[in-house]
Ligand binder design. Structure first.
Ligand code: NAD
Length: 234
């Protein structure tokens, strides 16, 4: 996503808890100019969520687009979900988005509007089995985005959610490892179950997010966009 926005002329402030990987990725983007800043931190901190917005505004004087992508997957039925699992899931997947959105909407409202894209999941719309906390948190992200989209359209702020299907990332592969499968074999098998014949790639989501953030999506607000290659979720 950072790559996509930088390629389209944006200056990017990127946050993530994995400092080493974040700094590496942003270093790569900056090889061809100073296009991005890495600001590692933990989104469970309200101060960090707000600092991310303030740093973007402080450095550039503007905030055109916010993308809330970070998330964790918590596995298990309710009986397998501890209090800590539940709280951690909602702190990272939902509460952080409340803090970043509130700060961003506050600024965008007085500065000509902007775009916000929150990453939900197809499991936030059609919940899958044995992921009660994850599915509930992603459903909340989808509904929260639609509420905000409606409330702030008149302020020129378009707020939408993207609901990815199965995307080949460390999160997806961790599920295979958790169940004792070889990730390469499992990815190849799972690819066959998608009507488009493959799993999604991070670039597929980045393109959808960029589209929603761009003027090409100027009449799209308060909605959820499924990016899942037509795979039905049961
Ligand atoms: N991969 C999929 O199949 C899939 C499907 C549907 C939705 N999603 C959603 O897409 C988003 C990206 O997922 P991904 O597959 O790239 O997962 P990932 O695990 O590969 O990446 C998630 C990122 O979030 C960061 N993160 C986690 N907790 C954090 C915290 N407390 N503070 C700051 N950063 C934190 C991690 O360091 C990591 O870089 C998530 O919101 C996920 O729920 C993924």
């Amino acid at each position: 996503m950072c790559k996509k926005f930088v390629a389209n002329g944006y200056f990017v402030i990127a946050g993530d808890a994995n400092a080493a990987r974040l700094i590496d990725s942003i270093g790569e983007l900056n090889r061809s100019g100073q296009n991005a800043v890495a600001k590692p931190g933990d989104l469970r901190s309200k101060a960090y969520c707000e600092d991310l917005m303030d740093e973007a505004i402080g450095l550039t004087g503007r905030l055109d687009a916010l993308v809330n992508n970070a998330g964790i997957i918590t596995r298990g039925t309710i009986l397998e979900t501890s209090d800590e699992d539940w709280e951690r899931t909602f702190d990272i997947n939902l509460k952080s988005i409340f803090y970043t959105c509130r700060r961003a909407v506050g600024f965008m409202k007085g500065h000509g509007g902007g775009s916000i894209v929150n990453i939900s999941s197809t499991w936030g719309i059609y919940p899958g089995p044995s992921h009660a906390a994850y599915c509930a948190s992603k459903a909340a992200v989808a509904t929260f985005s639609r509420c905000l989209g409606r409330d702030h359209a008149a302020d020129g702020i378009r707020i939408n959610a993207v609901c990815p299907g199965e995307i080949d990332t460390p999160m997806l592969r961790s599920g295979f490892i958790h169940r004792g499968f070889d990730p390469e074999t499992a990815v190849a098998e799972l690819s066959k179950s998608n009507p488009l014949g493959r799993l999604g790639k991070p670039e597929d989501i980045a393109d959808a997010v960029y589209f929603l953030s761009s003027d090409a999506a100027r009449f799209i607000a308060g909605t959820t966009l499924e990016v899942a290659g037509a795979k039905a979720v049961y």
